[in-house]
Design a protein around this ligand. Structure first.
Ligand code: ARG
Length: 461
């Protein structure tokens, strides 16, 4: 059978393999709501401009509503021979309302249609992701408030560096998620222009009103160049880039959860709700959710890379290559949605082991910087000299296998005679974190203030 839409020029139908490679209905049916919304806006505009008779436009509107409910009720048969969502909807419209259906495609092409649909879809997705990220931030800030004073080891090079608070560590991710939301919001601003009316590539000779369709679909304005309107996919790329960076952040947190929950560290415990057992080793509690969050970053970054490679060699305007923009993006955005939810779930679920955290925080002479700072503050020697003196005292402790605060005063005085008993007041991990009151520092008072600021900004769930 020759094609209904372009049968005028074609005498036979496609080869089976042509149909298979060409069809996108298997995945672009996800765009049905956006496609119908776009068609309704277009039909209303065509009537308002006198391009299509009002009674035909009404039939079109009603028919499109019927199709929407059919699809939502699962009663719509998607046909691969009709290639994509646009032609499936239009063909069904013709079945329902007859001849007036043929007027809907006036002053429009599938090229501007798909660009419009996909922008609407990505916009909806970004809005949903933003809500989810806010919830993730809420989970983190609430836990941080609860653990503003919980001391844990802070690491650099994964070596114990200085004591920090668990709340402070969690708040670092609130900041990252805040920037992630900012990136999506920036991309959304640029995305929110309507390609509808660009037609195939050159615009149209019909007196269309692009401002009207743009406004009806919630766009800020129409795109200013019809060639760009149909060929731009940077809106997807930008959102996939934002998604990739966000996924990297979540992956780093997941990696930390894997480390913290490992019995060798034992800093944090996840409940049965977010772990799984082993089929052979009865003692195991594996952080599978965290591992999968870590892994999904791979496919999200893969989707970004994939589409960048698809786009990089395409001349203007539309090329069928661009049909490949969707599957990777759909997959990446749903993976991101899942990993944000899983990350928020794990944060709410996890409980730090306070005693182990505190003990680990004191390991590796983690308050050595506090000793050096004390020397600078109390006896007024330059920091570089204080660093040297402290190094020698750490050497004594290491040689004897004792903690820094266990080095006798007399031995410290043998290194620097002006050291007094007062030095011991800064060597505990609790004193250490409490003293770091600089803006953005780890002191419990700072962490509490930051967590409260964020919770106020985020508002209730
Ligand atoms: N299914 C197509 C896509 O996703 C719609 C646009 C087709 N346009 C065309 N000229 N063949 O890109």
């Amino acid at each position: 059978m020759s094609n209904k839409m372009w049968g005028g020029r074609f005498s036979t139908g496609p080869d089976a393999i042509m149909e298979e490679i060409n069809a996108s209905i298997g995945f672009d049916q996800r765009l049905y709501a956006q496609d119908i919304a776009g068609s309704k806006a277009h039909a209303a505009m065509l009537a308002a401009q006198g391009i299509v008779a009002a009674k035909d436009a009404q039939k079109i509107q009603k028919g499109l509503d019927t199709i929407l409910s059919e699809i939502e009720a699962g009663k719509f048969t998607f046909r691969r021979d009709l290639e994509d969502i646009h032609m499936n909807v239009e063909a069904r419209l013709a079945e329902i309302i007859g001849a007036p259906a043929g007027r809907l495609h006036t002053a429009r092409s599938r090229n501007d249609q798909v660009a419009t649909d996909f922008r609407l879809y990505v916009r909806d997705t970004v809005d949903a992701l933003d809500d989810q990220l806010a919830d993730f931030q809420r989970a983190l800030a609430e836990k941080a408030l609860e653990h503003a004073g919980t001391v844990m080891p802070g690491f650099t090079h994964l070596q114990t560096a200085q004591p920090v608070t668990f709340g402070h560590h969690l708040m670092a991710y609130v900041e990252m998620a805040g920037r992630d939301r900012g990136r999506f919001a920036d991309a959304r601003k640029r995305l929110n222009e309507s390609p509808l009316g660009s037609a195939a590539l050159a615009g149209t000779s019909f007196p269309i009103d692009r401002d009207a369709t743009a406004a009806a679909l919630g766009f800020d304005r129409p795109t200013a160049n019809s060639l760009d309107g149909v060929s731009d996919r940077d809106f997807v790329l930008e959102c996939l880039a934002a998604a990739s960076i966000c996924a990297i952040h979540l992956s780093r947190l997941a990696e930390e959860i894997v480390i913290w929950t490992s019995p060798s560290f034992g800093l944090v415990r996840l409940s049965d709700a977010f772990t799984s057992g082993s089929s052979i080793m009865p003692q195991k509690r594996n952080p599978d959710a965290a591992e999968l969050v870590r892994a999904k970053a791979g496919r999200i970054i893969g989707a970004l890379t994939g589409l960048m490679v698809v786009m990089k060699g395409l001349p203007l305007a539309y090329a069928k290559d661009m049909q490949e923009d969707k599957e990777g993006a759909f997959d990446a955005f749903s993976a991101l949605s899942l990993v944000i939810a899983a990350s928020a779930g794990m944060i709410r679920d996890l409980e730090p082991d306070l005693a182990r955290m505190k003990a680990a925080a004191g390991q590796g002479y983690s308050t050595a910087t506090d000793l050096a700072d004390w020397l600078v503050r109390t006896i007024g020697i330059p920091f570089r000299d204080a660093h040297h003196v402290t190094g020698r005292i750490v050497g004594i402790a290491a040689e004897r296998g004792i903690a820094l605060h266990k080095v006798p005063l007399a031995d410290m005085q043998a290194v620097e005679k002006r050291i007094t008993q007062d030095v011991f007041s800064v060597l505990s991990v609790v004193r250490s974190v409490r003293s770091r009151t600089s803006y953005g520092g780890t002191a419990p008072a700072q962490v509490r203030a930051q967590a409260r600021r964020w919770l106020k900004k985020l508002g209730p769930a």
